[in-house]
Write a protein that binds this ligand. Structure first.
Ligand code: CAO
Length: 425
């Protein structure tokens, strides 16, 4: 079966997490992703957080599946020549260098357009145009400047970053959507374009409900926040709301049986309006169905703390899985707090291909997250990340059409670093 992006060639100048997340997705959809790395060094994450000495880290392997790696020093004359051949040959150039680095490499938008008018140039930067456009940015910085940290955590605690990598992986996702949109546009315009995603903007996009609340706050207190029920006045910006649900259906994290010793013996419980009567029955408070303080969502808002305390008395009598079973039967929305250990052992996630075991020549088998987006006519097979420069020779020959003699000359020039077998030919 052919893949959705079969035939699309991606010139991948990405590193660390945000850019590689994007190009990995494109590779999973069938694009040929050619990752350009500095000879002898490669993507810095190959060596970061290494759990096995001298073996590509899980940080790297889990973000670079299904790609090919070419080592190329794009600051040597021969490297520059090969780089431009790649620009002419590929459909999309993706990069997340620090601001200015691409231009310093000679890859200005004007030069790229002149060399290949169909080329799409996709970039991740920390910030969009403005005072901070020249700044380097990493994940947690993006979470802070995008509004996530100020609205995450508990009201009385520090601003909090999330374990979900919304700055890096979130921006990579946004960029991937921009790229396929630009590829679609190109089918009728015939031309490439620039696709720019700033990490600050992507985080803010994921935090849009908090900007919604900022404007609601200007018209009065946020009645669904626990803080309202506690009688604590609001300030002039959206406060951290702990585990309060961000939507119109109030929810909280509640203790379940075993919480004293198990840090994840909790359940997220949502008091969805349409199933309120069932909630009252299950927790043993049938009179709350008609009681004026509890009968309607609006009446319940000032009493949420009391309501969740009562529900928690019920959830504490069950394990999180027992509670979920009872609640699911009644169509009451809820979810157990799953640890990474529990997720890693989840049979359904493995069966669906969301969790995949991959074999690696120097690491051996490891578990990774596969493609979370399932296309029925473009199934995804997750293959291991490339070793540094593993595909240098085949890319020079098969993609760029260099003869064996030319490949050897390129290798001898030092542009590719040491590539076994190449210089000798
Ligand atoms: N051949 C020769 N030189 C190469 C090369 C190659 N194949 N690949 C990269 N380089 C060079 C670049 O040209 C650049 O050189 P100059 O600065 O001298 O022009 C240099 O390597 C380093 O690039 P960088 O500045 O992007 O890397 P850094 O480690 O200093 O910064 C990061 C890393 C992530 C902070 C920065 O790239 C950045 O802010 N990127 C944009 C935002 C982003 O994506 N952040 C998320 C990262 S994941 O948390």
């Amino acid at each position: 079966m052919s893949k959705a992006l079969d035939g699309v060639k991606i010139l991948d100048f990405t590193h660390v997490q945000s850019g590689p997340t994007c190009t990995q997705l494109l590779a999973w959809f069938g694009a040929d992703v050619i990752k350009v790395e500095r000879p002898g060094i490669g993507d810095a994450t190959r060596e970061q957080l290494q759990d096995i000495p001298d073996v590509d880290s899980l940080y790297f392997t889990m973000l670079n599946h299904n790609k090919r790696s070419i080592t190329l020093d794009t600051k040597t004359p021969t490297g520059i020549e090969v780089m431009w051949r790649l620009v002419k040959e590929c459909d999309v150039l993706v990069e997340n260098f620090a601001p200015g680095a691409l231009d310093r490499m000679g890859l200005t938008w004007e030069a790229i357009q002149a060399a290949n008018p169909r080329m799409i140039l996709a970039s991740v930067k920390g910030f969009g145009p403005g005072a901070y456009e020249d700044c380097k940015v990493y994940e947690n910085v993006a979470q802070c400047v995008g509004g996530a940290a100020s609205t995450t955590g508990f009201r009385t605690g520090l601003p909090m970053v999330s374990g979900a990598q919304i700055g890096d992986s979130g921006t990579g996702l946004h960029l991937a959507l921009g790229i396929v949109t630009a590829l679609f546009h190109r089918t009728h315009s015939g031309l490439g374009q620039r696709v720019d995603c700033a990490m600050q903007d992507s985080v803010l996009n994921l935090c849009r409900v908090k900007l919604r609340d900022q404007q609601r706050l200007e018209r009065g207190p946020l009645r669904e926040y626990s803080q309202f029920g506690e009688g604590i006045p609001f300030g002039d910006s959206v406060p951290r709301a702990g585990n309060d649900s961000g939507g119109g259906q109030p929810g909280r994290i509640l203790k379940c049986k075993g919480w004293e010793t198990d840090p994840n013996a909790y359940l997220y419980f949502i008091t969805q309006g349409p199933v309120w009567a069932k909630i009252c029955d299950v927790i043993g408070e049938p009179t709350w169905k008609t009681h004026p303080d509890y009968a309607t969502p609006k009446a319940r808002l000032p009493h949420l703390n009391e309501i969740f305390t009562r529900i928690e008395a019920w959830t504490m009598s069950k394990t999180k899985f027992e509670a979920m079973e009872v609640l699911n039967e009644l169509h009451i929305p809820c979810g157990p707090i799953l640890s990474m250990k529990e997720i890693a052992e989840d049979e359904a996630l493995r069966a669906s291909g969301t969790l995949v075991e991959v074999d690696h020549p120097t690491r051996g088998p490891y578990l990774t997250v596969g493609n979370p987006i399932k296309l029925s006519a473009s199934p995804c097979e997750v293959t291991r990340s490339p070793l540094l420069g593993e595909h240098t020779a085949e890319i020079l020959r098969d993609v760029l059409g260099y003869s064996d003699g030319e490949c050897a000359a390129i290798a001898r020039s030092g542009a590719t670093g040491a590539v076994p077998g190449l210089a000798a030919e």
